[in-house]
Design a protein around this ligand. Structure first.
Ligand code: FAD
Length: 329
């Protein structure tokens, strides 16, 4: 059976790994971070779990819905029935979100079950030659040769990894991404302005979204996630973390109308949080001659569902290219 390396354990890499291992392919997945999920990662604040990337598994197609529902049956994904509002708290509505049970990163962990996962391994080089496709880590150490390699990293990080295929590198270079600051605050008591509401989004000059993370099923305590607007994040992109965290805390207190002191807090900068402009490729990025491919939210449709779709479309092509005896043709 062919052996394929995937670089990146976000939803695209994990979905592709799931499809390929299900088809009998041996998959090694390399991820530079300690955990899985990529921009669907989760973290801990004190003793509490929080989703640090996309807060829920949202999409709009019935295919994506069906895919998520198959994990609801396994207890890996669950429905969060909650209340969403605008920042004036005038327009409140009941809404259902799909989330990873416990935390979102567990969903990608489940998808990766059949693959061999190598975390804390940053890939520096992918090169196709007569022996196959080699990968080296960022120190130049040769990891191995594979029958094929798929790059499932965000566009700016995919560009250097796709050097062996200048055409693909150029495509990745065409995608545009945005940055985001996220702050998480643990409080001893719930701010009264958030009584009865868990998700706040809409018009606001600085905040993009405020979510009471601890209202998600199975979570504990009072943990509030503040996602800053892209324009605000960009204007503070190189700021020191601690003063920025204090600034966001003051802005939150101002909006809440009470200055509660958080018992723990955390700040994270996503340099490539969302794809603003994809490479607009309607065909999967797969070079059968070089045995190199790429997938992710920058290929055609941005967002979680776009990343998932691009992985599925690439999986179809790779699975189709198995010749007799399991060779890639
Ligand atoms: C704060 C935030 C909120 C969001 N909200 C939403 C939302 O509401 N709805 C929505 O649809 N989308 C949302 N998104 C976007 C969504 O999360 C992404 O579009 C999607 O998760 C991208 O998945 P991916 O698999 O393509 O990439 P990623 O999740 O980025 O996965 C790529 C992985 O590759 C790894 N990697 C990169 N370079 C290397 C290397 N050299 N070696 C090894 N590993 C490497 C990275 O560490 C990462 O884990 C949000 C994103 C953020 C950050």
């Amino acid at each position: 059976m062919p052996r394929i390396a995937i670089i990146g354990a976000g939803i695209a890499g994990a979905t592709l790994a799931n499809r390929l291992t299900y088809s009998g392919v041996t998959v090694d997945l390399f991820e530079k971070s300690r955990g899985t999920g990529g921009r669907l990662a989760s973290t801990r604040v004190g003793q509490l779990s929080a989703d640090l990337g996309a807060p829920y598994l949202d999409g709009c197609s019935s295919e994506f819905e069906r895919f998520l529902n198959s994990f609801v049956e396994k207890g890996v994904v669950e429905t969060w029935r909650t209340t969403r509002s605008d920042f004036d708290l005038n327009q409140q509505e009941s809404i259902d979100y799909k989330i990873g049970a416990g935390r979102n990163s567990l969903f990608t962990r489940e998808l990766l079950k059949g693959a061999t996962l190598h975390t804390e391994t940053r890939i520096g080089v992918v090169w196709s030659d007569k022996q196959g496709v080699l990968i080296r880590d960022d120190q130049g150490y040769l990891i191995d040769y594979f029958d094929a390699v798929v790059v499932a990293a965000p566009a700016p990080q995919a560009v250097p990894l796709l050097e062996t295929s200048p055409r693909f590198a150029h495509r990745a270079d065409q995608a545009a991404t945005s940055a985001n600051w996220i702050a998480l605050f643990q409080f001893d008591k719930r701010p009264s302005r958030l009584d009865g509401v868990s998700v706040i989004e809409g018009e606001h000059p600085e905040f993009y979204r405020i979510i009471v993370e601890s209202d998600k099923p199975g979570r504990e305590g009072v943990l509030i996630r503040v996602e800053m607007r892209e324009s605000w994040s960009q204007s503070h992109i190189d700021d020191e973390r601690e003063p920025l965290l204090q600034m966001i805390e003051a802005m939150l207190a101002d909006w809440l109308g009470e200055s509660l002191k958080p018992s723990t807090s955390k700040i994270h900068r996503w340099l490539y949080s969302r794809t603003l402009q994809s490479a607009q490729l309607t065909q999967p990025l797969w070079d059968a001659e070089l045995s190199i491919g790429a997938c992710g939210d920058w290929i055609n449709e941005p967002g979680l569902e776009g990343a998932w779709k691009s992985a599925n479309e690439l999986a179809d092509v790779i699975i189709d290219s198995f010749g007799a005896g399991g060779n890639l043709s």
